[in-house]
Design a protein around this ligand. Structure first.
Ligand SMILES: Cc1ncc(COP(=O)(O)O)c(C=O)c1O
Length: 361
């Protein structure tokens, strides 16, 4: 077993961690029994008593589900999974890698202490960052900021862009301006603070919350209902219209706009795909308009795991080099191509301090 150990753990450590799963060793009198498990047939009714249930009425069997088959624990029914928890699950159910004792020990070691990774460093964190860089690195974007959750990832990218633009304006004597974010119709960027001003899919998700009136333009997605060559002709016309609209906005007030944000493929807004040529066009605005940096965001299903590789994201970006790239969902998960460990995120305030310390160049 010793040869396969990660994080340089000694075998004694692994067995100590494994032993800790045996509650009898630490609690001989049985004073702290494990929580009583809710039987599958009562999961929905128990949950319904305390939390809003608007999800699928499926009780996932975490032991019996395998590969891309989800087993419903309450019925035993096996279904083919096209969903993968909106892309959060990179390697399917119960990959055999997780049966290895040393892997289980590592996961427990990492899970049992929620380290504030931005303040206190650890072997698992450094191992993860190294692996992430090796597997997911997209030069020249080699500086990483890890945060838990897609909306908060967007928030932090926006803050970095605002900080960059406002400092630029201050230095030029234009005052503390430059916090607006240009975005697209039908975009979904999350449902937290700033992202509420960008998300515009189902109005129930954003209505009645405080929002900023930031510039929004139509999204020139490809209409696959049209046959070729009408499909391409149609999208080119709309791309030109939107390009013109963006130019007008930037000509009038680029000083106030920090960045432009786009999902290369809109998910919640309708599985809307853009042409690579469109993404390349957007990039041409950056320098000319003094946009802080381009932000492009890879939506969950096109994240780092199964659905896309580094090459995959390259194909999405024929003219790459966004200044900030936000990888979500599948990169939160375990096992995207090498490491089976992803560290916990840290608290927002800590992350903010980390963000403050490591300003983007
Ligand atoms: C494109 C995109 N942005 C942001 C988010 C928000 O992520 P989270 O729910 O983890 O905050 C999602 C989640 O589905 C997403 O698909």
């Amino acid at each position: 077993m010793g040869k396969g150990l990660a994080f340089g753990m000694k075998e004694a450590v692994v067995s100590r961690v494994s032993k800790a799963t045996d509650s009898r060793a630490d609690d001989p009198k049985g004073k702290f029994p494990p929580a009583a498990s809710v039987p599958p047939g009562r999961v929905v009714s128990e949950l319904e008593r305390h939390v809003l249930l608007d999800g699928f009425r499926i009780v996932v069997d975490l032991l019996k589900s395998h590969d891309c088959y989800l087993v419903d624990a309450s019925t035993g029914r096996e279904v083919l999974d096209f969903y993968s928890f909106y892309g959060s699950m990179p390697v399917g159910f119960n990959h055999p890698w997780f049966d290895r004792p040393e892997v289980q020990a590592e996961l427990l070691l990492a899970a049992r202490t929620k380290v504030a990774n931005s303040d206190v460093y650890s072997v698992p964190y450094a191992t993860f960052v190294n692996t992430f860089h090796r597997v997911m690195g997209l030069p020249p974007l080699e500086r990483y900021f890890f945060i838990e959750g897609g909306a908060l990832a967007v928030e932090n990218a926006l803050k970095a862009a605002m900080d960059w633009k406002v400092r630029k304006n201050l230095a030029a004597g234009r005052g503390p301006r430059g916090t607006e974010i240009l975005h697209f119709e039908r975009a979904f960027h999350g449902r937290s603070g700033y992202t509420l001003s960008l998300t515009n899919t189902d109005s129930r998700k954003t209505d009645h919350f405080a929002k900023f009136n930031w510039p929004r333009v139509p999204a020139p997605w490809i209409n696959f209902a049209l046959p070729e060559p009408h499909r391409t002709a149609d999208v080119i016309v709309r791309e030109r219209q939107v390009e013109g609209r963006i130019r007008e906005i930037l000509d009038a007030r680029s000083v106030d706009i920090a960045a432009l944000i786009i999902e290369p493929i809109q998910g919640e807004g309708g599985d809307n795909h853009f042409r690579g040529e469109w993404l390349a066009t957007l990039r041409t605005f950056r320098g000319a308009a003094g946009l802080a940096r381009f932000r492009k965001k890879i939506p969950g299903l096109r994240g780092s795991g199964r659905a896309a590789t580094r090459g995959g994201s390259g194909q999405l970006f024929p003219a790459p080099e966004p200044a900030q790239l936000d990888l979500g969902r599948q990169s939160h998960g375990h096992g995207s191509g090498g490491s089976h460990f992803a560290p916990h995120g840290t608290g927002t305030s800590r992350d903010q301090r980390a963000c403050d310390r490591r300003r983007f160049p």
